[in-house]
Design a protein around this ligand. Structure first.
Ligand SMILES: NC(=O)C1=CN([C@@H]2O[C@H](COP(=O)(O)OP(=O)(O)OC[C@H]3O[C@@H](n4cnc5c(N)ncnc54)[C@H](O)[C@@H]3O)[C@@H](O)[C@H]2O)C=CC1
Ligand SMILES: NCC(=O)COP(=O)(O)O
Length: 347
């Protein structure tokens, strides 16, 4: 049993043809971290996936103003959002894109109205949402940014040791936290997107939220270069000299503790990571392969800079595994535990 005071977390079920709905069922069946998790999705779909996986779960649809019940193993409360069309594991259908986005709207509204203390998102499929005509959709992160009316957010993934950030005397593995200066865009556009004002805004958010959510009083952030060998003094690209270094110098003058820009290949080695609280990588596949190598399945994604708590899993829709029950629940557990901890600190 989880107490009535435990935070309420809205868990969006993500792409219905992916593993999100079954992860919600598995979490309820196995018993989750200390939180009252309410799934936001289609109750019929959740019942189908529970039957498919042979998991005994009571799926209880909540009335709009009904308080979420005390959590217990085997109970899955649901804020219902109907599918637009039946869904089958592994088979994407653009007709359900509106359903996926509506689950996000319901969860955002629950957070903003105080019915939920935070939201956790199961993976959605960006391609099928774009195929359905939602031009410009690039993921939860930017959707939440726009829905919350903030100018900038930061995507950061962290390994599960981040859960122990405030434990005095924690002797386990140090958390690896990797934030991204750019997220989902073609590689060709990355260099032009990285400007000094953008880096300054992102680093201020990263610094502030390491303090706010992780209790790190004076965060030390290591910043990757964009080019090989951080530009080799301008011979392999000028972004370090013209953009990154001026941005870091301005922020250092404000008191931020920043290393870099450092060549990304050596930055991600134990000696260079020692004492570093977070790394800012310049692009998706500079930072995330390292994070996933270090902790795939026990890491979570956190959106920094929002007026609400949002965490997510470290993986995608895994269409190849949907409906098999072979998907690993580890990352969702970490995402829920982190959101519960963050919600406990208040926004
Ligand atoms: N938080 C989110 O909403 C995220 C969504 N995505 C989206 O997911 C879709 C598919 O992306 P992919 O690059 O194929 O990545 P993916 O993570 O869905 O799959 C990559 C590989 O990891 C495996 N895998 C993923 N989750 C797993 C789990 N829980 N347990 C065991 N194995 C697992 C898959 O079976 C596959 O072999 C894309 O549309 C992408 O944009 C990707 C990452 C995060
Ligand atoms: N690669 C991380 C990812 O795709 C998560 O994106 P988002 O949906 O959380 O914005």
């Amino acid at each position: 049993m989880v107490s009535r005071d435990a935070p309420v977390l809205a868990l969006t079920c993500g792409e219905p043809a992916g593993i999100g709905p079954e992860l919600a069922v598995m979490l309820a069946a196995d018993g989750g971290p200390a939180a009252r998790v309410v799934a936001v999705g289609d109750p019929v779909l959740l019942a189908e996936r529970a039957a498919m996986l042979d998991r005994r779960v009571e799926i209880r649809v909540l009335a709009p103003d009904e308080p979420p019940p005390v959590a217990r193993r085997g109970l899955l409360p649901v804020w219902p959002v109907a599918l637009r069309t039946p869904s089958h594991p592994g088979r994407l259908d653009p007709a359900n894109a509106g359903h996926v986005l509506e689950t996000l709207d319901v969860a955002i509204d629950a957070c903003r109205s105080g019915r939920a203390d935070g939201m956790v998102t199961a993976p959605l499929h960006k391609g099928v949402i774009l195929d359905a005509g939602h031009a410009g959709f690039t993921g939860h992160t930017e959707y939440l940014r726009d829905a919350c009316g903030v100018a900038e957010v930061v995507m950061m993934l962290a390994t599960d040791s981040a859960l122990h950030a405030r434990e005095a005397g924690w002797r386990g593995e140090a958390a690896l936290r990797v934030a991204l200066a750019t997220t989902h865009l073609p590689l060709r556009e990355v260099a032009d997107t990285i400007t000094a004002p953008r880096l300054e805004r992102l680093l201020r958010i990263l610094h502030a939220d390491l303090q706010r959510w992780f209790g790190i009083t004076a965060p030390r952030i290591a910043v990757c270069g964009l080019n090989p060998h951080a530009g080799e003094g301008g011979h392999l690209g000028r972004e370090e000299l013209d953009v990154i270094i001026p941005a870091l110098e301005g922020l250092r003058a404000e008191g931020l503790a920043l290393d870099g820009p450092l060549p990304a290949d050596t930055l991600f080695t134990p000696r260079h990571l020692e004492g570093v609280d977070a790394v800012l990588a310049m692009y998706h596949d500079q930072g995330l392969p390292v994070l996933k190598y270090a902790g795939f399945g026990r890491a979570a994604n956190i959106t920094l800079g929002l007026p609400l708590v949002r965490t997510s899993v470290d993986h995608g829709t895994a269409l190849d595994l949907a409906g098999t029950g072979r998907a690993d629940l580890g990352s969702l557990r970490v995402a829920v535990a982190l959101a519960a901890e963050m919600a406990g600190r208040g926004v």
